[in-house]
Write a protein that binds this ligand. Structure first.
Ligand SMILES: Cc1cc2nc3c(=O)[nH]c(=O)nc-3n(C[C@H](O)[C@H](O)[C@H](O)COP(=O)(O)OP(=O)(O)OC[C@H]3O[C@@H](n4cnc5c(N)ncnc54)[C@H](O)[C@@H]3O)c2cc1C
Length: 341
């Protein structure tokens, strides 16, 4: 199918619901479009690849070209005594993919249920939730390089995964288009249910009754209770990463704030709960015109309606300054600021 270039209003294509227009927008629906798409990318100074729009801050006017990923397809491509290898096209909805796998008996992704967005974006920030990180289930990523005009296959190691980070997240915007992702799902199911919220699953396991579907249902229920639904209140999930500090800085902050929530890492550093820092700094429930901090989740910035990228970035900037002033900790934004070079 040949590409149709159009102007697109994007407020319903980003979960923050920010007002944004892409004057030059195309849907990528088929790999046969990649050569034509490459020509189009080369005609523009800037390109941005958009999936489900759940981890982006879109400017009012998108500069350059926007490529929206809308490919579909899920297939079992191989199996060994230990794994099923499942390949999904980048435009597949992540949650529907997790559900489809579970329906087929391909287990191991249930802790990642209900994360918004697409399969293609999942390696970009190495999505994770409830004790499972994507990298532990990923086999390889196929990505189209617009600079070279060719497809490259990345092994798990080549993706350079880290906490909410990967090779792809560190690349210039619009250079790479992830076309499909291959997952290695274990045939021997090992439930990950040590997260405090999954207490009901632990009770079932103790009785020998736990099934993957129970974990999927429990994760969905906890997420629905904890996080605001973007369809009701615009948000991008966690707006900041949990900052990691060395043991000296951790001890210093902890001495002044005994209630500090933090988790020791294998290398002796400490991951601080960014939501706790923001909450204790007094921001929970704060509202400034169309934007605010969610009244139950201090890590979630919300759009009450009509907000722009400038509104949300101004609020994020104020929170960062305040947290730094109070704790000496620099917060790092999780959603990608689209259109920045
Ligand atoms: C309510 C809510 C809860 C969330 N909970 C979690 C959570 O528990 N854990 C977690 O890790 N994240 C969470 N997120 C963040 C978000 O869901 C993930 O980061 C998700 O993977 C983003 O997918 P997307 O398709 O919407 O990507 P987009 O927002 O469209 O894009 C995000 C980034 O990926 C790039 N990108 C997208 N698709 C491609 C592609 N095919 N090829 C190359 N680059 C691409 C974009 O250019 C951009 O840089 C949450 C978000 C919301 C709104």
């Amino acid at each position: 199918m040949s590409l149709e270039v159009q102007s697109k209003e994007l407020s319903s294509m980003n979960t923050l619901g920010l007002r944004s227009v892409a004057p030059t927008y195309v849907d990528y629906v088929d790999d046969e479009q990649l050569p034509e798409l490459t020509d189009l990318v080369r005609q523009h100074d800037q390109t941005f690849v958009l999936g489900g729009g759940s981890n982006v801050v879109l400017p009012e006017q998108m500069p350059g070209l926007m490529v929206h990923v809308a490919t579909r397809g899920i297939a079992l491509v191989d199996e060994t005594p230990r794994h099923w290898f499942i390949e999904a096209q980048a435009g597949e909805n992540w949650h529907e993919f997790v559900r489809a796998c579970l329906d087929q008996g391909w287990v191991g992704l249930e802790n990642l249920a209900l994360i918004p967005g697409t399969v293609g974006a999942s390696p970009v920030q190495n999505i994770g939730a409830y004790g499972v990180e994507l990298e532990t289930r990923l086999e390889q990523v196929s990505a189209w390089d617009f600079h070279e005009g060719r497809l490259q296959v990345f092994s798990r190691d080549a993706c350079n995964f880290a906490y909410r980070d990967s090779f792809f997240k560190r690349q210039p915007q619009g250079r790479w288009l992830i076309t499909k992702v291959c997952f290695a799902l274990p045939r021997q199911w090992e439930p990950r249910i040590d997260y405090p919220d999954l207490v009901g699953c632990r009770a079932l396991e103790a009785k020998g009754l736990l099934q993957p579907q129970h974990v999927f249902d429990a994760v969905c229920e906890v997420r629905r209770n904890k996080l605001p639904d973007p369809a009701v209140l615009g948000n991008a999930g966690s707006f900041f990463k949990n900052p990691v500090v060395d043991a000296v800085q951790y001890q210093h902050i902890k001495a002044i704030n005994p209630g500090l929530v933090a988790y020791e890492q294998a290398d002796g550093t400490w991951k601080l709960a960014a939501g706790w820092l923001i909450d204790k700094a007094g921001w929970k429930g704060f509202r400034d015109g169309p934007v605010g901090v969610h009244d139950r989740q201090a890590l979630v910035l919300v759009n009450y309606g009509g907000a722009t990228a400038d509104d949300i970035q101004a609020l994020a900037g104020r929170i960062c300054e305040d947290v730094f002033a109070k704790y000496g900790v620099a917060l790092e934004q999780e959603p990608v600021r689209a259109g920045l070079t």
